[in-house]
Design a protein around this ligand. Structure first.
Ligand code: N01
Length: 545
């Protein structure tokens, strides 16, 4: 890359004959877009690098039928700009993928972000050059750019998990992954479709595919809990009410561990502190409200397995009530605790199994393989025209590990994280100066409304960068002592909960061979307060040079 082939909004500078910027931001999803905007606002020369041909990240790639956000629209959007949040109009309680992508596009237009982003380009490697304390970032086309700061906004659920099933290459139909959906969509009319996977992506897409396809067969390894979304168009009056108090509403959400839901009070007692009738009525009320509210009724659902079972029993009874065929209902009933795998939110998921064109095949005990004409389970062939892999992601670390990142002494991030991710504050890594991860492992990230988590990270990083400049420091680097204390802190909080007990992507259980570590940090507001305290204490736990 020559300096003059950088996007037009990136200032022209060179160093040792290579283009040089102050910060490279990898990824142009919500984390990358805000990072570019915020750092540019500090006067930095910022280059964004994005694999897709436009902004949007998750919402650019996940175009599968039925894709929509499980966090309510009025809460799943940027809060950093009052004009932006006042002018954008959401149409539904939960926004569909195309609407969120339009929002991302609107933000990119409004803040002129695209002319700082190199699209259709992947970062292949990044090497910290200790001779001048700068990162050398190399793209997949082999060109290099030099940068003081490196921000990895690569997404937590962006590296597709594509299991290699036996015989996959022999299948003569098309195979799609929900997280890499064709830009022009897929026409399922008249087709016999197979879906593998019943996580959030499967649960959202299955009802829509069933309504379009001639026949749908769902191949399920583990049944999942799902609560109804109760989606509906947004009423202009409720939009106006929230917009009238938007800053206060956002501030209240930032005090929630989920980063949303401040208008709907959480329960204040444990599930076993009330009698069964009261509890059932409360679960019923929350089930009818829809969405994640269901698990917010009692304070101990994620720390006391007996309490958790009361909610799990209620959700299983709902499945039995909705699904007409008792055998199918039984297969769809999860046995694990509720909520320790990410809870799913659906529109007519369980109802879909009452359709005459839908079958469910249990693959928990018999291996699944591809054949020329379809999928084989045990001896049984299901003939199919196409297969959808709703098999999820190599979460939290997958996209970072695809970049060859070498820090001090040539130590690579993949070596450093071979037994699981280690970092300080979920933001920085000892031996990798001036490198920041947005919503990385060790931070609340995927357990929190992602946009709230993103804004907190980007603002903390921007403050750190501004302070570095004001105080004349060139590098900021976590110490190993601080890092190791932080890892213990993240683990000890997780171990006090039920979260690590399930085979979820939170612990990497969905990717064969991945070290089993509970990756996100539980507890958003306390986490944000700790980040602020560290900064106010003069960047405690960091070496600045
Ligand atoms: O992925 P998942 P996802 N053979 O990992 C199965 C976010 N998200 O894309 O449970 C057979 O949850 C796997 O089975 P098992 C959200 O945070 C958000 O659905 O491992 N099956 C499981 O059923 C979510 O949690 C939204 O036994 C295999 C499924 O595939 C996260 O993304 C929408 C298999 C994967 O489920 C990931 O969701 C969508 C194999 N080899 C996603 N490997 C919204 O907010 C995996 N499976 C709307």
């Amino acid at each position: 890359m020559d300096a003059d082939s950088l996007p037009s909004g990136v200032g022209l500078a060179t160093r040792s004959g290579k283009p040089a910027v102050d910060a490279v931001v990898v990824g142009a999803g919500f984390g990358g877009m805000y990072s570019i905007h915020k750092l540019t606002g500090l006067g930095l020369n910022v280059l964004g690098i994005e694999a897709g041909h436009d902004v949007g990240g998750t919402w650019y790639w996940n175009r599968y039928p039925g894709a929509r956000c499980d966090v309510e629209s009025m809460e799943y959007s940027y809060s950093f700009d009052e004009d932006l949040q006042q002018e954008w109009e959401w149409t539904e309680r939960y926004a569909r993928q195309p609407e969120i992508l339009s929002y991302a596009s609107h933000v990119a237009d409004r803040f002129d972000l695209r002319d700082q982003i190199l699209f259709n380009t992947r970062v292949a490697s990044a090497r910290f050059d200790e001779s001048d304390d700068l990162w050398v970032v190399r793209t997949d086309s082999g060109t290099e750019v030099i940068s003081q700061y490196l921000i990895l906004a690569t997404g937590m659920l962006s590296s597709a998990n594509k299991p290699s099933f036996e015989g996959m290459d022999s299948f003569k139909g098309d195979i799609y992954h929900t997280g890499q959906w064709p830009q022009d969509g897929v026409d399922f009319a008249g087709k016999r479709v197979g879906v593998i996977g019943t996580g959030s992506s499967g649960i959202q897409s299955i009802p829509v595919i069933a309504s379009e396809a001639q026949h749908l067969t769902v191949f399920q390894r583990t049944p999942n809990y799902s609560v109804p979304a109760k989606n509906r168009p947004l009423d202009p009056e409720e939009i106006a009410e929230i917009k009238a108090i938007y800053p206060e509403f956002r501030a209240a959400n930032r005090q929630q561990s989920s980063g949303f839901g401040s208008l709907r009070p959480r329960g204040e007692v444990g599930a076993l502190e009330v009698d069964a009738e009261v509890r059932t009525a409360e679960y019923e009320r929350r089930w009818n409200v829809g969405g994640f509210d269901f698990l917010r009724g009692y304070v101990d659902l994620m720390i006391n397995s007996e309490s958790n079972q009361t909610a799990a029993d209620f959700a299983r009874a709902k499945i039995a009530e909705i699904v007409s065929d008792p055998e199918t209902a039984k297969l769809l009933s999860p046995t694990q605790l509720i909520g320790c795998k990410r809870l799913c939110v659906d529109t007519d998921y369980f109802q879909t199994y009452n359709r005459s064109n839908v079958d469910l095949v249990d693959i928990s005990e018999r291996p699944l393989a591809f054949a020329k004409d379809g999928l084989v389970v045990g001896e049984d062939l299901t003939e199919l025209d196409c297969v959808v892999l709703a098999t999820g992601f190599d979460a939290m670390t997958g996209s970072i590990s695809k970049i060859e990142i070498a820090g001090r002494g040539g130590v690579t991030m993949n070596d450093k994280w071979s037994a699981g991710p280690v970092n300080y504050l979920g933001l920085t890594i000892a031996g990798f100066p001036n490198l920041f991860t947005i919503t990385g492992p060790g931070s609340p990230s995927v357990l929190t409304n992602m946009i709230v988590a993103i804004e907190q990270h980007v603002e903390w990083i921007a403050d750190a960068v501004a302070t570095q400049a004001a105080e004349g420091y060139k590098t900021l680097e976590a110490t190993e002592v601080a890092e190791s204390r932080w890892v213990n802190h993240v683990n000890s909080i997780a171990d006090a909960t039920l979260f690590p007990s399930c085979n979820s992507w939170y612990v990497g259980a969905n990717v064969p061979g991945k070290p089993r570590v509970f990756m996100p940090l539980i507890g958003f507001p306390d986490y944000a307060a700790e980040c602020d305290r560290v900064a106010q204490a003069g960047y405690e736990g960091f070496i600045r040079s």
